[in-house]
Each structure stands twice: as structure tokens, then as C-alpha cells.
Design a protein around this ligand. Structure first.
Ligand code: ADP
Length: 469
């Protein structure tokens, strides 16, 4: 089976979050059994030399609305997978993937329409049998494939329903979409055009990234206005839990770490903690170290951390935060780090630093208001860092009560009631757990032995692909 796997971001070429991780790990695992080609835009900031990305000589002229766009196809082989890249000025000459820091580009519909038209053209030229689309940035390809009369099967994965690609009706003509798609059963959404709806309507299977999230998004509370539409299509909707690349995230050999460790040899984890605390100039290695790593957006429950800061500031703990995004959060966290000596904040995106933090920490805070899957908690557990999470979406599927009877992987502290008070109680519970050294160490080891590898996830996708033929 020849598969084209497409996403707007793929690690290590371009990454803002979990989508890039999965778009790297899943094709790699799938390619052990299937003929998989990956495809993404060749953004200007991607280091072509470093990754040996070369032109293939293939050029295509695409008609997008009233405009002709020339695209060039580049390629490289990375970790055993053939990666293709689409280069076009409008799509790729940008500072960020979706926009400048904290924002988005006004012509994102045209940019990702060029990408989607290129996906369809390449599907034809490469005789693709199955097209795996990810999120709204590639969703337009689904109706375009059907309109072109191609028999290519389509799997569409929703990584986050909160981002739908909603554009004014004017966008129909400039993206080269046939106006017949502007109906209630198709892409019309409260008078606007909704790309994600198109992805759902025109795919043969729709997946989302955890079983719990697949259920939640069919409820008004989490459906972001599409719950009814998803209920209508529920027969082709399923939740497949994401996984992580356990070679990339491996505390026993991770090149970003000053010391290496494994479940059987934990002494070096304490050395990683000590080294990291020295790096951030905090001299209380005896206190539990909590970390937060993530995009600064409302989804991640940052307001609850901010509301709880006056309590956290007095607790016997250290909280170290790494992230960036919405300016208001950056300013608020900056202010908190000035006010409380046990709260440290680093604004920005730093892959290597994030690995050092996962290795150094005792606990990972993840108080997301909603969480489609979440990779941070799985990465954390791989590094012996116990997650403290809001029991929701993928967090519910991966973090189980440490004092529960079920032998489920993995274990951590969770809270159900949304808000700062639930979070504070969970932090208190984690601090108590830290003080009962034996149980703390047992859970840490248990989590490190859990299998969150992408292999299991790839097997589910492979089975799903096969049901479509
Ligand atoms: P989301 O996709 O919603 O951003 P996930 O938990 O699925 O969240 O994935 C987040 C990924 O991005 C993880 O690999 C995490 O380590 C990484 N990440 C997020 N923010 C940063 C940052 N500021 N610096 C380094 N890595 C980050």
C-alpha cells in the first residue's frame, strides 16, 4: 500500500507542538510495513543543508482560484523515511509556520490551499492509494480529491478540534474550491467556510488522537460547534492514542542530557536535577521540582497556574516553566517569576532545554482545560517524571491514579474539577507523594517501564488503513 502522509509541521524540520512529533514518529513506524512518503511545506527557515534537502526536478503549476502558482518538489531521506517538500513563495516565505509569534497570517487560506492542491497533484503523480491528512491545514485536499474523481482513500486525523480553518465565504473562489461545497452538510459553518468540516465530510475515516477525546468532541462542551456534525459522522470516527518516538526520547542515550539514566539506574536523574537547578540558579535540590512545558494558550490551563501562584509561591516546591505564545501569558509569567523565588520562567522554544527539564524534574504539571492527547505527559513518564494532570481527554487515557488498583499504564496525580483549587489540591498530593520516598520511587519506575511507543499507535493505523480497501 502506497501512503502519502501530509502535515503542516514535521519534526525536526519544523515544529510548534505535538503534531510535528507525531508526523515524524508515525510515518517512521508505519514505514516498517508500508510504503510511506511524508509531505510538508519547505518553509524558508528550514535548514536545507543540514537535512540534505535537494530539488527533485519536479515542478507543478497549480491553478488556485484565479491564480497560477508554481511549486517545486524537494526531497530527502530522514531516519528511513522518504520526505517530500513543497516549495512555493506564498506558502513558504514566512517567519513562522502559521504566523508571527502569537498570531496568524491573513493569507493562510491561500497558503494552505496551495499546499492542498499540491497534495492532490502529487497523489496523482505518485499513484497514492491512501492519503493521510492531518488537521485543517491539509483538510481542503479531501474535497479536492473527491472533485478530481480520484479513488485514493482518505484518512483525516484531528489533532485539535479547536483549530478548524474558518474563512469568509470569499475564500471559496480564491482557494479554487467548487462553490457546491458551501452547504450545511459540507463546509458551510455559520455563514463561513470551515476546512475541518470538509476534511470530516470527505474522508473515508476520521480519527482523533485519543479514545476519550473522540467521545468528548461529540459533546457540546468540547465539540467547538462541530459536535452535531461529528455525531452525524460518528460511524467513521475513532480515537487512536498517540505515542512517542522512544528512540528520540530516551533518557539512557539522549544527547541533550548531561547524565544518562534508566529505570534500573536512577542515580543520574538526581544529577540531571542538580545540574538543571544550577543552570537556573536555584539551590534547593531537596524540594520537588515541578515543570510546565508548552504553548502559552488558554487550552493549557495557564490561568489556573496563575490563579494558584500565590499558593505555589509558598509551597515547598520549585516550579520551572518553559513556553511561549500569547503575549499576555508571557507577561504574567514573567511578573510571577519576579515575585516568587521558587517560580522560574523561560520564555521561548528550546528543544534541547525541554529534554533537560523532562530529565531533571520530579513532576510535570499539565492542567489543560481540554487535551486531545498530549505528548508531554508520555515524554515525562519516559524520563521518570510523574505527571500531575487535569483528568480530561488523552490525559485521562494515559495518567491513572497512582493509588488505584488497576494495573494500567501509566500512573500519576490527577484532578477532575476544573480550576485553580483542583490544581492546588493535586500539587499538595504530589508534594506528599514526594515525601513518601518509597512510593514516589515505585511510581517513577512503573511509569518508566510503561510502553507509550508509537509502534502500538502505528499498528492501529495500519489496521484502519486496511479496512478501507
Ligand atoms: P500541543 O500539540 O498541544 O502543543 P503536545 O503535548 O501534544 O501539545 O506536544 C507538545 C510538544 O511540543 C512536546 O514535544 C513538547 O515537549 C514540545 N514543546 C512545547 N512547547 C515547547 C517549548 N517552549 N520548548 C520546547 N519544546 C516544547
Amino acid at each position: 500500500m502506497r501512503v502519502l502522509f501530509t502535515a503542516a509541521e514535521i519534526f525536526p524540520f519544523a515544529k510548534t507542538g505535538g503534531l510535528a512529533d507525531i508526523a515524524h514518529a508515525l510515518p517512521k513506524a508505519l514505514s516498517e510495513h508500508l510504503d510511506v512518503v511524508s509531505l510538508m511545506p519547505l518553509y524558508r527557515f528550514i535548514d536545507k543543508k543540514r537535512y540534505q534537502i535537494e530539488p527533485t526536478g519536479m515542478e507543478m503549476t497549480l491553478i488556485v482560484g484565479e491564480t497560477l502558482h508554481t511549486v517545486e518538489i524537494f526531497s530527502t531521506h530522514y531516519e528511513g523515511v522518504e520526505h517530500l517538500f513543497v516549495y512555493n513563495e506564498t506558502l513558504c516565505d514566512c517567519e513562522g509556520i502559521y504566523g508571527p509569534p502569537g498570531g496568524c497570517y491573513e493569507n493562510n487560506d491561500i497558503r494552505f490551499a496551495i499546499f492542498s492542491h499540491a497534495i492532490v497533484e502529487l497523489s496523482k503523480r505518485l499513484s497514492i492509494e491512501l492519503l493521510h491528512l492531518n488537521d485543517w491545514h491539509t483538510a481542503l485536499a479531501a474535497p479536492l480529491v473527491k472533485d478530481a474523481g480520484l479513488k485514493t482513500r482518505i484518512v483525516f486525523t484531528i489533532h485539535n478540534l479547536a483549530y478548524q480553518g474558518i474563512f469568509p465565504p470569499l475564500s471559496i473562489s480564491r482557494t479554487g474550491l467548487s462553490p457546491h461545497h458551501f452547504t450545511l452538510e459540507d463546509m458551510e459553518f455559520y455563514g463561513s467556510l470551515n476546512w475541518l468540516k470538509g476534511g470530516i465530510a470527505h474522508s473515508d475515516a476520521v480519527t482523533t488522537v485519543s479514545p476519550s477525546y473522540a467521545v468528548e468532541i461529540q459533546l457540546p462542551e468540547f465539540g467547538c460547534g462541530l459536535d452535531g456534525f461529528l455525531r452525524l459522522h460518528h460511524e467513521k470516527l475513532s480515537g487512536i492514542l498517540n505515542g512517542i518516538d522512544t528512540t528520540l526520547y530516551d533518557p539512557s542515550g539522549d544527547p541533550s542530557l548531561p547524565y544518562h539514566f534508566s529505570a534500573g539506574r536512577m542515580a543520574n536523574k538526581s544529577r540531571c536535577k542538580k545540574a538543571y537547578l544550577e543552570e537556573i540558579d536555584i539551590d534547593t535540590p531537596e524540594l520537588p521540582l515541578f515543570i510546565f512545558i508548552g504553548r502559552f494558550v488558554e487550552q493549557k490551563g495557564l490561568d489556573w497556574i496563575i490563579d494558584a501562584a500565590n499558593v505555589i509561591g509558598k509551597f515547598p516546591m520549585v516550579l520551572s516553566i518553559l513556553g511561549g505564545g500569547e503575549r499576555r501569558y508571557e507577561m504574567l509569567f514573567d511578573a510571577l517569576s519576579q515575585q516568587y523565588s521558587n517560580i522560574h520562567v523561560q520564555i521561548g522554544y528550546d528543544e534541547s532545554l525541554s529534554h533537560r527539564m523532562y530529565a531533571a524534574a520530579d513532576f510535570l504539571l499539565m492542567p489543560s482545560r481540554f487535551e486531545p492527547c498530549g505528548l508531554n505527559q508520555m515524554i515525562a513518564m519516559r524520563y521518570g517524571t510523574i505527571p500531575v494532570v487535569h483528568r480530561i481527554g488523552g490525559l485521562r487515557d494515559t495518567v491513572h491514579p497512582w493509588n488505584g488498583k488497576e494495573p494500567l499504564c501509566g500512573k500519576g496525580v490527577s484532578f477532575s474539577e476544573p480550576g485553580a483549587s483542583g490544581l492546588v489540591r493535586a500539587i499538595e498530593e504530589a508534594i506528599e507523594l514526594y515525601d513518601t520516598r518509597r512510593t514516589f520511587r515505585r511510581i517513577r519506575k512503573f511509569d518508566m517501564d510503561c510502553d507509550f511507543s508509537i509502534r502500538r499507535c502505528a499498528q492501529r493505523y495500519e489496521s484502519l488503513y486496511r479496512t478501507l480497501f
